[in-house]
Ligand binder design. Structure first.
Ligand code: NAD
Length: 329
């Protein structure tokens, strides 16, 4: 079975090559370009393509993959909001993903962002390096006995609830389904109650029509003053223009983002003045209480190993015609 691997980074190649030894019969060709309608034509002669959160797996791309007789798209990630599922179904292209490869990797990064923005670690780091040992502008608040509000309590949200409990926080959550495993220490509340009571809010629900821009000026106004907001889920859960307005209203003690709306537009790869001038992400970065990382929540050794292992097992299941819980329908 031949897989064309898009948007290859060195670490992808290392972890997939190491895991490939356990899956004889699978061949991978790695390319640097990401998947889009233009590069989809390169999949001629391959059984499957391997794509990522940044890939364009929209209707046009799927039409070309179908013409090239590609029957499988292996998403080497959990989210699949960039896939035109209806089109895939129409063409009989199977979409498989890697759910929950290491929820702790993302949850630990969410807590890192919350702590770093609370204690201004990025500012402290720079100050001390410049021989400035004063504490001005660095005051934070204790997380101990404060309220953590977790939106979405699936695999990553549940891991975040456990971490917050470890900090001695009261943990409240909002989800459309309740996670039984959290019953002993998490109190489920309405979204309105969560927004009004939380000192730290962390987003862990997927991006869907119902969650698109769930953090907007109305929901921001319902939050406590001095709240910390963390988003490691998907950029478009937050309406960036409204977030900027909220920051200007001094609503937030800190904002930590691992994901942002412009992520797929290569805003920072193409650093032309014109693009940066109109970039809401660049505007966000101009605020001293905002910390942005570049979608690195998943980026641990353990998570990369698990991604490679599950993706290749998905390919085997496809080849054997086996149903899988990793099918996206
Ligand atoms: P999951 O499917 O296990 O959990 C998602 C939870 O969100 C579920 O409990 C679901 O009921 C809940 N939910 C759905 N609609 C909701 C709504 N309207 N309001 C509140 N909750 C709602 O997913 P997961 O593995 O925990 O991943 C969560 C998200 O994290 C993914 O969708 C992905 O976008 C993101 N993610 C980010 C990274 C990263 O590197 N930053 C890595 C992996 C995943």
């Amino acid at each position: 079975m031949k897989i064309l691997f898009y948007d290859t980074k060195n670490y992808d190649k290392r972890s997939f090559d190491a895991t490939l030894q356990k899956f004889p019969g699978i061949e991978i060709e790695y390319i640097k370009s990401d998947l889009d309608p233009r590069t989809a034509t390169m999949a001629e002669g391959f059984d499957a393509v391997c794509a990522f959160v940044s890939s364009n797996v929209g209707a046009e791309t799927l039409t070309i993959l179908h013409e090239k007789k590609v029957g499988l798209v292996l998403m080497r990630c959990a989210g699949f909001n960039n896939v035109a599922l209806e089109k895939a179904k129409e063409y009989g292209i199977r979409i498989m993903r890697v759910p929950g490869y290491s929820p702790e990797a993302v949850a630990e990064h969410a807590m890192a962002l919350a702590l770093a923005s609370n204690r201004r670690l990025y500012k402290a780091y720079n100050k001390v390096r410049e021989n400035d040992f004063s504490l001005s502008g660095l005051m934070g608040f204790n997380f101990y006995q404060k309220t953590a509000g977790i939106i979405g309590t699936g695999k990553i949200g549940a891991a975040m609830c456990r971490i917050c409990r470890g900090f001695g926080m009261r943990v409240i959550a909002y989800d459309v389904y309740q996670n039984e495993s959290l019953r002993d220490f998490v109190e489920y509340v309405s979204l309105e109650e969560l927004l009004a009571q939380s000192d730290v809010i962390s987003l862990h629900c997927p991006l869907m029509d119902s969650t698109y821009h769930m953090i907007n000026i109305d929901t921001i106004k319902q939050m406590k003053d001095g709240v910390i907001l963390v988003n490691t889920s998907r950029g478009a859960l937050v309406k960036t223009a409204d977030l900027i307005e909220g920051i200007r209203m001094h609503k937030f003690a800190g904002v930590g983002l691992d994901v942002y709306e412009e992520e797929t537009n290569n805003v920072f790869e193409d650093r032309s003045d014109e693009i940066l001038e109109h970039s809401t992400t660049a505007r966000l970065l101009s605020f001293p209480n905002v910390m942005i990382t570049s979608h690195q929540g998943f980026f641990t050794r353990e998570a990369l190993e698990a991604i490679a292992e599950t993706s290749l097992q998905n390919a085997m299941d496809y080849q054997a015609g086996k149903e899988s819980p990793n099918d996206v329908k």
